[in-house]
Design a protein around this ligand. Structure first.
Ligand code: DX5
Ligand code: ZN
Length: 220
């Protein structure tokens, strides 16, 4: 079976004990953490921002972050994530007027660039930007909330993106976000995913470490 990485989404974590929750993920071997920023404009929900990452850094929690920006306008937010242990910043193409410029802003602060494609967003967005990308995030739910049902018809889209990445001979990471659980993880990996963003399946379980191990084992 293909190599893959589980990237826990802390949107579903217990925010009263966020530091402890992240440390548990690191203990489970997951030191890349998905961080959902929602603005109640691009999506109908309001979550967290860079101030939280600053606090995590100051408390020396050795995590790296995969920041998923669901915000519009988005450009003014990007510089706020500078020097906060952020590895990837992923944006939605519909959230900005000048996509190329937004991509440059992410590169300028030394982060890797991701593009998130909603269930109904066309792959044509990739035509002119694929060479600038480090990651493509395929949404398997409509963005806005954790705990939604996985849209299985998106498996075909994942396969198509895998084909495009291979054809392009680029080392772009194919990430999948939304509704991933023990029943669908195998089909997602078989469709070509590298990173699996998983929120409620981990954080709504009783034993996080066991759940992460179960998710890994089921694939072998
Ligand atoms: C949804 C977010 C996801 C969410 C995934 O808009 O982008 O990252 O946290 O959570 P689950 O795994 O519960 O669908
Ligand atoms: Zn996300």
């Amino acid at each position: 079976m293909k190599k893959f990485l589980i990237v826990p989404s802390i949107l579903s974590a217990n925010f009263c004990y966020l530091g402890r929750e992240i440390k548990t993920m690191i203990r489970a071997g997951c030191n890349l953490i998905h961080f959902d920023v929602m603005d109640n404009h691009y999506v109908p929900n309001l979550t967290m921002g860079p101030i939280l990452l600053k606090s995590i850094k100051e408390n020396k929690i050795p995590a790296l972050f995969d920041v998923h920006l669901m915000a519009s306008p988005v450009d003014s937010l990007i510089p706020l994530f500078f020097d906060l242990n952020v590895k990837f910043i992923t944006i939605h193409p519909e959230s900005t007027i000048h996509l190329d410029k937004t991509i440059r802003l992410i590169k300028n602060i030394g982060c890797r660039v991701g593009i998130a494609l909603n269930p109904a967003t066309s792959l044509h967005y990739l035509d002119y930007i694929i060479n600038d990308l480090d990651l493509i995030l395929i949404m398997t739910v409509n963005p806005g909330f954790g705990g939604q049902v996985f849209l299985s018809y998106i498996l075909k889209k994942i396969q198509h993106v895998r084909y495009l990445i291979n054809k392009n001979k680029k080392n772009i990471i194919l990430s999948v976000d939304g509704g991933i659980n023990l029943s669908n993880i195998v089909s997602i990996i078989q469709s070509g995913a590298d990173y699996l963003v998983i929120g409620s399946t981990i954080f709504h379980s009783k034993d996080y470490l066991k759940t992460i191990q179960d998710l890994k084992n089921i694939v072998i």
